[in-house]
Design a protein around this ligand. Structure first.
Ligand code: NDP
Ligand code: MG
Length: 388
């Protein structure tokens, strides 16, 4: 029987690549649910090709267009955030790929775990905001969370066969993004277009900007803490501009295990879908002749302050990572809209993190409220700055 997969965010960069994997292995996988936010045209196209049981368009404005376009097909159409969470209860879903961007992924992910669905996790913000809630619930419901983020997939692959060997350290590799090597002064003039030019990966805008600030690596450090159950001081970041070594695990004896390959998200998506099996792939294969040198260096934490902000949030714990994430989402959105400068991003996040009320063991409601308040404060910070 085919694995029936729900893709949350099928119109995004990860979603589209996940559908490529399903297309290439249509004997093994099928798309059971597709969700999109506003790209209704692509959602309709995908639905007609993949014939899912259900589609959800979370932006209600587009419901009637999608409903009308799919009326000749046997496909259920729903709209709104609530529906995206509710469809996670469907008994015909075997696995959920969480590929929406940002905090919006939290509720449907929790609902999917509640209903026993295996999670293929791309939406790292969910782990950052609610790592404890998510991992506690997954443990209680015995639901596997399979990483899709390339670094975490590399660690996961390196841990196969090491069940009884404790992790000494995790080394997360970072490409360094488009501004690798730039000084603080050089960053003063950078534009949105500069920040969106990632050297190795083609991704959604939010994660691309996060890569340029190094917040992406910060979010991934927190994601790793929860996925692999390690302490904050067991996670290190190393810059590796070629993005060939996707991350490493150091064991007690000093051995390092890593997973390598050309940068493509289809591979970690496919591995999460097929785990523990490996399937064939028509992706280009690595050739040493094209990479005579692989290099590794320390991140510049003074210029790219977001990495340390994430470590700080992780060490404080409670609702602080949620505050940081909300401030970052607002900062990135406003940077893309050219309302703040690139170098404002860490200043804004730091200020909002320093002014939030601390909750040590937040419930889901606490996190929803924390996120809401932090977004308002971040937007006020920007409005006040622009008034000056
Ligand atoms: P994209 O921006 O390309 O896609 C985001 C998807 O989420 C789209 O389908 C979009 O719908 C949908 N979406 C956006 N906002 C909302 C919302 N408020 N409610 C519901 N759905 C929404 O992002 P990526 O695919 O790049 O990233 C997705 C996640 O995966 C992120 O958390 C990212 O950090 C993570 N990730 C991405 C990698 C990559 O290579 N892209 C690598 C590793 C992790 P629509 O387009 O219809 O508006
Ligand atoms: Mg990554």
């Amino acid at each position: 029987m085919k694995k029936r997969i729900a893709i949350l965010g099928s119109t995004g960069s990860i979603g589209v690549q996940a559908l490529n994997v399903i297309r290439n292995h249509s004997d093994l996988f099928e798309a059971e649910v597709l969700t999109a936010h506003s790209n209704y045209e692509l959602l309709i196209k995908q639905a007609i090709e993949f014939k899912p049981n259900t589609v959800v368009i979370t932006n209600k404005k587009y419901y009637s267009i999608v409903e009308e376009a799919l009326s000749a097909y046997d496909i259920k159409v729903f709209a709104g955030d609530k529906s995206m969470a509710e469809v996670m209860e469907m008994s015909t879903i075997d696995m959920v790929l969480t590929a929406v961007v940002g905090f919006a992924g939290l509720r449907p992910t929790l609902r999917a775990i509640e209903y026993g669905k295996t999670i293929a996790l791309a939406n790292k913000e969910t782990m950052v905001v609610a790592g404890k809630l998510v991992t506690d619930l997954a443990r209680e419901k015995q639901v596997p969370i399979l990483p899709v983020d390339s670094e975490h997939s590399a660690i996961f692959q390196s841990l196969v066969g090491e069940t009884f060997n404790p992790i000494h350290k995790l080394l997360l590799t970072a490409s360094g993004g488009p501004f690798l090597g730039k000084t603080f002064d050089e960053l003063k003039g950078v534009t949105v277009a500069d920040a969106l030019k990632h050297p190795n990966w083609v991704m959604g805008k939010k994660v691309t900007i996060d890569s340029a600030t190094l917040m992406n690596k910060g979010l991934e450090v927190i994601e790793a803490k929860w996925l692999f159950n390690v302490n904050c001081d067991q996670i290190e970041v190393v810059v590796h501009p070629q993005s060939i070594v996707h991350s490493l695990v150091e064991f007690q004896d000093g051995s390092l295990k890593a997973q390598l390959g050309l940068p493509s998200m289809e591979l970690p998506i496919q591995y999460a879908f097929s785990y523990p099996a490996r399937l064939t792939s028509n992706l280009p294969k690595f050739n040493f002749a094209n990479y005579p040198q692989l290099s590794f260096l320390q991140p510049d934490r003074e210029t790219f302050r977001c990495l340390d902000l994430a470590y700080m949030a992780m060490e404080k714990g409670g609702n602080v990572p949620c505050i940081m994430n909300a401030a970052n989402e607002i900062a990135v959105q406003n940077f893309i809209e050219e309302k703040i400068h690139f170098l404002d991003i860490p200043v804004l996040i730091h200020d909002i993190m320093s002014n939030g009320g601390f909750i040590e063991n937040p419930t889901l409601d606490d996190l929803l409220e924390t996120d809401f308040e932090a977004r308002i404060k971040a937007q006020q910070w920007i409005d006040n700055k622009n008034k000056l």
